[in-house]
Design a protein around this ligand. Structure first.
Ligand code: HEC
Ligand code: HEC
Length: 294
């Protein structure tokens, strides 16, 4: 990776200017910590008022259902919010803070930023909190599948760890799956494995971009005739950053390339039931859910 970054001058330059656009992580962390503690003692002014829940349902459909699904039951990109025991939003104040500030390092956007529709007032956020509470089901979902066997498959015969990391172990071509079990529904994970190209995973949301980068497949031929194929890590009008199958990162200027092709066909192989039975896949999903619940 270092070798390919070091190779030529212009690459260095665009790498440096890219860096400049991001605020330092520490600044974000301090800001977030402040914003969260500032709301720590806030109380929901609506309690469980059904009228507020109705208004919240409307807001939810516009701003949240895209990821959390209709009825807040979970969708392709966000967790089921009807579970009474939540991973992070332990009380109303925490839920308010999460909806206001988003969750850094995940797809959960801050209020009024890209990805979460129009900005909401505090009152509207409390209405959504009231709505989510009204949708909660008290019984926890029944666990299915054998997580221990799923873990063996993940790191063994099913080869998932060649491309995916879970808890710091595995490859990096595909997204880190440590939190996927907590942020996506079982059905959505199964669909990603059976039909990877249906819906490509998103990379992290960045403040400077309107949309997060998707894991598109990119094939280029460089000026000296070398073909490189991999996933897009970052792309703008002038340059593209690719990770190839050997996990080497290439930062390339588009106008210097002989050819550039982008495809929405996932680099992940299609796992048919012959390759990975329904039962084994269920075990792998159980493993991911057990990790994601931590
Ligand atoms: C672009 C997708 C996306 C949108 C839009 C979105 N969310 Fe999320 N949300 C997520 C993801 C992903 C997580 C899980 C993050 C994690 O814990 O890894 C999450 C987590 C949460 C949590 C914490 C759940 C828990 O278990 O503690 C709450 C509450 C929440 N979202 C509410 C909302 C509300 C309300 C809206 C609309 C105003 C919204 N989200 C819009 C993706 C989204
Ligand atoms: C050859 C590399 C490769 C292998 C092997 C592989 N994947 Fe993937 N996977 C990817 C890539 C690249 C993506 C991103 C593009 C996409 O969404 O299909 C991805 C995406 C995913 C996603 C969607 C993640 C998200 O955040 O939406 C899931 C879930 C997933 N893989 C699970 C698995 C499991 C389980 C296995 C093993 C049974 C596996 N993958 C094997 C490369 C791989």
């Amino acid at each position: 990776m270092l070798a390919s970054l070091r190779r030529s001058g212009p690459v260095q330059k665009s790498f440096a200017s890219r860096k400049f656009r991001f605020p330092p992580l520490s600044v974000c962390a301090v800001f977030l910590a402040f914003a969260v503690t500032a709301r720590a003692d806030a109380q929901n002014p609506f309690g469980n008022d059904p009228k507020a829940a109705k208004a919240g349902e409307y807001e939810f459909r516009i701003n949240c259902a895209l990821c959390h699904g209709l009825g807040a039951r979970g969708g392709g990109r966000g967790p089921d919010l009807t579970r009474a025991r939540k991973k992070r939003a332990h009380d109303d104040a925490e839920m308010f803070a999460i909806i206001s500030n988003g969750i850094a390092g995940t797809a959960m956007p801050a209020n009024g930023t890209n990805g979460q529709g129009v900005g909401m007032t505090d009152e509207e956020i409390w209405q959504i909190v009231t709505y989510i509470r009204s949708q909660e089901v008290k019984a926890p979902a029944k666990p299915t599948g054998n997580a221990a066997h799923g873990k063996e498959l993940f790191y063994g015969d099913a080869n998932c760890s060649l491309c995916h990391m879970v808890e710091g172990k595995g490859g990096r071509i595909g997204p880190d799956l440590s939190s996927v079990g907590g942020s996506r529904t079982r059905e959505a994970i199964v669909d990603s494995v059976r039909n990877p190209s249906n819906r490509l995973a998103w990379g992290l949301t960045e403040a400077t971009k309107e949309f997060p980068q998707e894991y598109e497949t990119i094939t280029v031929v460089t000026a000296d005739g070398k073909q490189i194929k991999g996933v897009a890590l970052n792309e703008d009008n002038f340059s593209v950053q690719i990770m190839d199958m050997n996990e080497q990162i290439h930062l390339l200027e588009k106008d210097k390339l002989r050819s550039f092709r982008k495809s929405r066909e996932s680099l992940m192989p299609v796992y048919t039931p012959e390759l990975l039975s329904d039962k084994d896949l269920n075990d792998v999903v159980a493993f991911l859910v057990s990790v994601g619940a931590k």
